[in-house]
Design a binder for this molecule. Structure first.
Ligand SMILES: [Fe+2]
Ligand SMILES: [Fe+2]
Length: 200
């Protein structure tokens, strides 16, 4: 018997259980390559967006390197590395893109901080551009508020220094692979409500 390699349907509503089992197997294989595709996308941030003294890739690596130097855990370091990964395709909501990419695989605390880092960063520049630097105050009572403040102050806003000695992107590859190899949406990974320190 020939093994099925494509589905039989041309409209999803006509798919059979066998069709969807086949797609499930392909999806499982494809998902295993997520970490490598993320590393490829990060490498692309080496070009684009000019004006800063360093590239978006260098900024991303520097942000992660500062997190690592602070003794932060893998969730924080990978989040720091990926926090601007949406810049190329979603410059107006890049924080949400990054948060959605990591959300199934990291602590809720960490994806919340990445989701909101854009508005928290405004405190550093919005007074020059006509925005509200204190827009983040609307989250003042949120349990992860201070974590987002610290993420931005310690790691994000400070990571535009061309003289910072960063490791190559490959230094973080094993950590990215470890995080994306976790079971998606596992409660033991999401650890809702738990706050791990940024600095140890
Ligand atoms: Fe950002
Ligand atoms: Fe950033």
């Amino acid at each position: 018997m020939n093994e099925m390699t494509t589905v039989g349907f041309i409209e999803m509503k006509h798919g059979t259980a066998e069709d969807y089992a086949l797609l499930g197997r392909y999806e499982h294989e494809y998902a295993a390559g997520t970490a490598d595709r993320i590393l490829e996308q990060l490498a692309r941030l080496g070009g684009g967006l000019s004006g800063y003294k360093i590239s978006r890739l260098e900024h991303s690596i520097q942000t992660a390197a500062r997190a690592e130097a602070d003794g932060a855990d893998a969730d924080w370091i990978v989040a720091a590395l990926l926090h601007d990964i949406g810049d190329e395709l979603a410059p107006h909501n890049h924080d949400s893109i990054a948060a959605d990419i990591i959300r199934p695989f990291v602590r809720e605390q960490v994806s919340w901080v990445v989701q909101h880092h854009g508005i928290f960063q405004m405190v550093y520049y919005a007074h020059h551009t006509g925005g509200d630097p204190e827009a983040r105050r609307k989250y003042a009572d949120h349990p992860y508020y201070q974590d987002a403040v610290d993420f931005c102050e310690r790691w994000d806003q400070s990571s535009f220094d061309p003289d910072y000695a960063s490791p190559p992107l490959g230094h973080f590859a094993p950590m990215v692979r470890e995080v994306f190899a976790r079971p998606a949406w596992d409660e033991a990974v999401l650890r809702k409500g738990v706050r791990e320190p940024l600095v140890r």
